[in-house]
Design a protein around this ligand. Structure first.
Ligand SMILES: [Zn+2]
Length: 468
């Protein structure tokens, strides 16, 4: 598989440290609020990366942290007259609801910053010992950026350019504006932990270096996150990890592109800020997931209500294909029919196209079009007229489901109680027609119509679907 590596700015063949395995670290959310539409993108696309590698038989260890101590969390706790633990626990639970809704599988490990303080302190101490970091009088410990000759290699920015944008904020005691805090001395009333430099708490960047090393080792295969994290977060992670461990931190760096809202940058001040929960309540979760995989992960995505409606309609076409197959299968005869081997070969070809797209830097956009092409082929080759065998239906269902599953799609169950009611109405209508009770049959037909149910009479009985 080829991966575009932000570090080298090239597409490179993916070669893991341990053959047949992939150690992946993804930066997770800071848990002080519901996740927004922009947060949904990395969690969906890197879930697809994991699913695809597993589909290829790779054993994936996927670590995604929760930043559960941070200025924003402390601020939120003060606003809510609560404490940081209550706030972070609440929003981890809310995150888990959204992630499940988006069909994002839980990571192999979801470590939390506050549960890794010892690992964090061990890295900070090592950096101080090696002269890459220094404690200041206020209890902060800073990374000495100028000592790291490779600093800037991920963001491809020369140190001088970075220098011109850097400032020392009030209260900081840095030697140099580019230095960044590894450890922050505690202010009165803030949560704190003991350290060799007095009471304090970890800076943001250090937690990822610590958790990646603890759960995945000193050198990992892929580090991923949103492109807004390249600088300074990921640049700083590299500096900390490589200066401490003396080996390369991550071989591949993958970054997803931005999401715009109605072609504008999403921001609270523009009033175009949407949480995943808000959108899911109106449209369901799956159209959001569909939107995220419908574009290549590095290209920008535009979110609007029209776009999400289109996603929902497109999903409906995929669901129809699967439901048609399930219906055919129920009534199909066993035993293979002549020519079915050729159809199987044709269908398998779409899997090859799907794989080809995914091998090219996880091109989910092209993979998704292969899935639609497959659906079209299935609809042409397997229908009431061609009356395929049970074996061919099962083959098509498995293939279609497996490829959709790599993208994490087609996971929403029909609401069964509503389904059962509709099926009972259809049975009652069939009975009424048999008994030539036309008035009753028409009454039921109108009731089904009011529920947007579209009926189709086939040689195998009545099929139904909800109109788009
Ligand atoms: Zn991180």
């Amino acid at each position: 598989m080829k991966i575009y590596n932000t570090l080298t700015r090239r597409k490179e063949e993916f070669v893991p440290v341990v053959p047949g395995e992939a150690h992946i670290y993804a930066c997770g959310p800071t848990v002080y609020n519901y996740i927004h539409i922009g947060n949904a993108r990395p969690i969906c696309v890197f879930d697809v990366l994991r699913r695809y590698l597993e589909y290829r038989g790779v054993k994936v260890t996927f670590v995604q942290n929760f930043t559960d101590i941070d200025d924003k969390i402390i601020r939120r706790a003060n606003e809510e007259d609560s404490d940081y633990l209550t706030v972070s626990r609440k929003y981890i639970e809310e995150y888990e609801i959204d992630a499940k809704g988006l069909n994002v599988r839980p990571a192999t490990v979801h470590p939390r910053a506050t549960e890794n303080i010892d690992e964090i302190l061990s890295i900070v101490s090592a950096l101080v010992e090696k002269g890459y970091a220094y404690p200041a009088a206020n209890g902060d410990v800073y990374f000495r950026t100028k000592k790291d000759r490779e600093y800037g290699k991920l963001s491809h920015q020369p140190l001088d350019d970075l220098m011109s944008g850097a400032r020392i904020a009030v209260g900081e005691q840095k030697e140099d504006p580019l230095d960044f805090a590894l450890w922050k001395g505690s202010k009165p009333g803030e949560p704190s932990w003991d350290s060799p430099w007095g009471k304090g708490r970890p800076g943001w960047h250090i937690e990822c270096s610590a958790m990646a090393r603890r759960y995945l080792g000193k050198t990992i295969d892929i580090h991923c996150g949103g492109q807004d994290l390249i600088f300074p977060h990921h640049e700083n992670e590299i500096a900390q990890s490589e200066c401490c461990n003396g080996v390369e931190f991550s071989h591949y760096w993958m970054h997803n592109g931005y999401i715009n809202i109605n072609n504008k940058k999403m921001s609270k001040s523009l009033g175009n800020f949407f949480t995943v929960r808000d959108v899911a309540e109106k449209y369901g979760y799956e159209p959001i997931r569909y939107l995220m995989v419908s574009a290549h992960y590095r290209t920008p995505i535009n979110y609007s209500e029209e776009v999400i409606e289109q996603c929902r309609a497109s999903l409906g076409r995929l669901y129809n294909c699967r439901e048609n197959l399930e219906f055919l299968m129920q009534h199909a005869s066993s035993g293979e029919k002549e020519g079915e081997e050729a159809i199987r070969r044709t269908l398998r070809n779409y899997e090859n196209k799907f794989v080809e797209a995914m091998e090219d830097d996880l091109n989910t956009a092209d993979a998704l079009s292969s899935l639609f092409d497959l659906a079209k082929e299935i609809n042409t080759d397997l229908n009431a007229d061609t009356a395929p065998s049970k074996k061919l239906c099962a083959f098509a269902l498995e293939l279609f489901g497996r490829l959709a599953g790599v993208l994490g799609l087609l996971y929403t169950k029909k609401e069964s109680s509503a389904d059962e009611e509709i099926e009972a109405l259809i049975a009652a209508r069939t009975k009424a027609r048999k008994e030539k009770n036309w008035a009753e049959a028409d009454r039921i037909r109108d009731e089904l119509k009011a529920r947007h149910v579209v009926l189709e009479d086939t040689p195998n009985g009545v099929k139904w679907k909800i109109a788009e």
